[in-house]
Design a protein around this ligand. Structure first.
Ligand code: FAD
Length: 432
């Protein structure tokens, strides 16, 4: 059956959802996701057959299983638990971790999965990245053999869900000054403090928590399991971005963690960089996928929607916007592709990762704005995907290092001077 036939059947099955009512002539919504139209420069030719087949596999799942239902979850700010078994079958969790039931993917294969997920829904890509490229990766890189054997196989199958708790209410960009403490007691550690913004945090089985050792004052990491006495989570409400992701405020009050749940590979805050160096590459791909999805929806819309007796596609100003979006999407792909190759070759620097993450989120803001304009009023309706991406990209812009902080890391690379800590600010604060 051709893709067009499949579309026709799905269109009939979901009629009413799609806005093809003769009394309200509109264009198709993204419940039936458009064909990919964004690869003008045949950048797929840069991929290996394995990378391309990963793209196809994940694209099919996202278009057929996720696109028809995801907007309603997004609107209700609910996590789509019903999609997790299908997601698990894609065998993506654990990314490049070897063994322990993980798929041992190359970084580029994982990236191809991330763009296809983000193309349809940014929340689902964040769900995967927090679970796989923050929680699992930390355990895989810095956990003990016992921790890996116990947790990674369950996390790889999504029998357990993971989250990663670094940010605190008073320490976002300034995470290295985190205040949560870990105090040694017989048989384990007592964790006290608060965390904020933790993705998957309301329902995760396993939370990787970064806390300051009260004795050495160095940052250590611990595994806290769901239901541990003294550990509470509360959903952050009223978000306008990534509404399916359940971000939590967390409180640890005399929360006991046994010695066996300390991540022995972590000696200091610098160890977070071992994880973030890889996860930031993945985050640099998220805006690429979001921008591709926006372009693809707009490319179909302008052919279906007519004004002044002709499709929008025939207007010069629409064509200019489409061409600008397309050029930017291709450039974003090339930036992220090069970064990933540098990582695979062992040559990537933090400055390069920060530059590409920040630049791609900035450019994605431009693409989603142009797409939103091209759709007119429907550009603010979540059914057409672009409004959802328009909001979601704001989280990409601010997490895993804000745009500013990543640009300052890149700026440090250019000048050799760090402008991240502003000394004059302390003098200002003392006058208040
Ligand atoms: C949807 C979402 C999901 C998240 N998921 C997680 C998670 O799973 N785990 C986790 O640990 N954290 C998570 N975070 C936290 C995220 O990493 C922080 O939000 C981010 O580091 C920024 O911190 P902040 O929000 O406190 O902003 P702040 O640090 O308060 O920054 C506010 C503003 O000041 C600017 N600024 C700060 N410092 C400087 C500087 N030195 N120079 C110039 N400008 C500066 C920033 O760029 C920003 O514009 C998530 C955040 C969001 C929004």
């Amino acid at each position: 059956m051709s893709r067009t036939d499949t579309h026709e059947i799905t269109r009939q099955q979901t009629s009413g959802l799609l806005g093809f009512d003769a009394h309200f002539p509109q264009a198709m919504t993204a419940a039936l996701f458009p064909e990919a139209a964004h690869d003008a420069l045949h950048l797929d030719g840069m991929l290996t057959s394995g990378e391309r087949s990963m793209r196809e596999r994940v694209r099919k799942y996202m278009e057929t299983e996720v696109a028809p239902v995801i907007s309603s979850f997004w609107e209700k700010a609910e996590f789509p638990f019903q999609l997790v078994p299908g997601f698990a079958k894609l065998n993506l969790a654990g990314g490049g971790i070897k063994g322990y039931g993980c798929p041992d993917l190359s970084l580029m294969e994982s990236a191809m999965a991330v763009i296809e997920i983000s193309r349809v829904d940014c929340s689902m890509s964040t769900f995967l990245l927090v679970h796989s490229y923050l929680a699992m990766l930390t355990i895989g890189l810095l956990g003990s053999e016992q921790q890996k054997q116990e947790l990674l196989p369950k996390l790889a199958k999504f029998e357990f869900i993971g989250c990663w708790a670094l940010t605190e209410p008073s320490n976002g960009s300034d995470a290295s000054a985190l205040q949560c403490t870990a105090t040694k007691v017989p048989g384990g550690w007592m964790i006290d403090g608060r965390k904020r913004w933790i993705g998957n945090g309301t329902f995760a089985d396993v939370t990787v928590v970064w806390a300051r050792n009260s004795e050495t004052h160095q940052v250590n990491a611990f595994i806290v399991r769901k239901g541990t006495p003294g550990f509470k989570t509360e959903k952050i409400e009223n978000k306008i971005a990534l509404r399916c992701v359940q971000n939590a405020d967390m409180t640890f009050h005399r929360c006991f963690v046994s010695d066996s749940d300390r991540l022995t590979g972590v000696d200091s805050f610098k160890d977070t960089n071992k994880v973030l160096a890889i996860s930031r590459v993945m985050v640099a791909w998220q805006p690429v996928g979001a921008a591709m999805g926006v372009y693809d929806v707009a490319a179909r819309y302008i052919k279906q929607r007519e004004q002044f007796g002709t499709p929008l596609a025939s207007f010069q100003l629409i064509q200019e916007r489409m061409a600008r979006m397309l050029g930017t999407v291709q450039a974003m792909f090339l930036m992220a592709h090069r970064l990933t190759k540098l990582h695979e070759e062992g040559r990537m620097t933090h400055e390069q990762a920060s530059l590409v993450k920040a630049w791609n989120t900035l450019r994605c803001r431009e693409v989603v704005s142009l797409g939103r304009e091209v759709l007119g009023g429907n550009g603010i309706v979540t059914d057409y995907n672009i409004a959802k991406a328009f909001c979601d990209i704001e989280a990409f812009y601010s997490y895993e290092g804000t745009y500013d902080v990543n640009m300052l890391v890149a700026g440090r690379g250019i000048t050799g001077i760090s402008a991240i800590k502003a000394s004059s600010g302390k003098a200002f604060k003392s006058k208040l």
